[in-house]
Ligand binder design. Structure first.
Ligand code: KG4
Ligand code: ZN
Length: 334
């Protein structure tokens, strides 16, 4: 089964061809990071325009690299939401045009289902499994008892992990997107600053990161006022140590409570080296898997994989009224 995936929910225009929800034949990603960097974050209006400019080229390249024709494609999977509505609409409309033109079934995929299913490319999913989803917009623990069954065990009450990383980086004067920068600098520093670990001992599986973020920002501000030396590497190492302590402890507890067979990490922050190390060292009673770095941040291969399993499970294709949706519930993706 050949699935064409399309992703345009934020600032990456991506198209991919995947065989049987597993083998990636092509995964073309056109990133807009350089353009948004000048503004210190994604500018939605600019993102939409860049998707329009790039989408046809990315479709062409993905088909060429996979060495397939549209007539060979069995399914088109496109990110339906959540995300920036202007960005989503470009991918959804392009996918609809191809689906209609060639009579190919079309499915709208939840972006987070895509991040979770990125793990299936290198490791077969075994159920029940626990997914820690950590991206720019999401932080949640999701239990799956079977393919395309998502049960949210807990989530952030305020900031997402990636969002906290990006804000801290900005205050420390590091370029956008801050997550990878903080990760790199953390490796050079020591976790000598005593930052809070919010909700680490709470009995539920919810998270909160705005208090930690404010603590780091306030300390930085006070040190600047007092003309004290700021060691950016140590700030990064201490922040990363605190945030990964919380993520790993809650994931460990949930994995035991729900007796899962495997733990997977999903989303852009799954690329974080500190998180990868601490997770693998702490959770040893079941396998812990991360997607390959290139499938951690936004890409269309993960959407093609998720779309394949969604279609196999539901046998339901969308009609041509499929629309982008800036807010979408993960459980409704099934
Ligand atoms: O999943 P993603 O590409 O987009 C969303 O769906 O949000 O995640 C992007 C987020 C950004 O906040 C970025 O700073 C963060 O993932 N990120 C990282 C790392 N690489 C990307 N955060 C921490 N460490 C990293 N190595
Ligand atoms: Zn994402």
């Amino acid at each position: 089964m050949l699935t064409l995936g399309v992703e345009s929910s934020c600032d990456e225009t991506s198209v991919s061809v995947v065989r049987d929800g597993k083998t990636v034949l092509s995964n073309v990603v056109l990133s807009q990071i350089d353009i948004h960097q000048a503004y210190g974050g994604v500018v939605p209006e600019i993102a939409s325009r860049e998707h329009v400019k790039g989408i046809t080229y990315v479709f062409d390249q993905a088909m060429k690299q996979a060495q397939v024709q549209y007539q060979d494609i069995d399914l088109i999977a496109v990110t339906e939401g959540p995300g920036l509505i202007g960005s989503l609409l470009i991918g959804v409309n392009a996918a609809k045009v191809v689906a209609m033109n060639y009579g190919i079934p079309l499915v709208g995929v939840h972006h987070i289902a895509g991040h979770i299913y990125a793990n299936n490319i290198e490791h077969d999913m075994e159920f029940p499994l626990l997914a820690l989803v950590v991206s720019g917009g999401h932080t949640e623990l999701v239990l799956m008892n079977d393919h395309y069954e998502f049960e949210k065990l807990g989530e952030t009450q305020d900031d997402a992990v990636g969002e906290a990383y990006d804000k801290i980086a900005r205050v420390l004067g590091l370029p956008y997107p801050g997550g990878p920068q903080v990760d790199k600098r953390a490796k050079e520093g020591k976790p000598v600053l005593d930052f809070p670990r919010p909700m680490i001992d709470s009995k539920d599986f919810n998270f909160s990161f705005s208090g930690l973020k404010s603590h780091v920002i306030n300390l930085h501000h006070n040190m600047v006022q007092r003309h004290e030396e700021i060691i950016v590497d140590d700030f990064c190492a201490s922040f990363q140590d605190a945030i990964t302590d919380v993520l790993v402890k809650k994931t460990l507890e949930a994995s035991k409570q729900y007796d899962v067979k495997q733990v997977i990490v999903a989303g852009g922050v799954a690329a974080n080296k500190g998180l990868r190390e601490k997770m693998s060292k702490t959770i040893t009673h079941v396998p812990v898997y991360f997607p390959h770095i290139k499938y951690c941040t936004d890409n269309a291969a993960m959407i093609a994989v998720a779309g394949t399993f969604q279609y196999l499970k539901t046998h339901q294709a969308s009609d041509m009224y499929l629309n982008g949706s800036s807010r979408l519930d993960l459980t409704l993706g099934a």
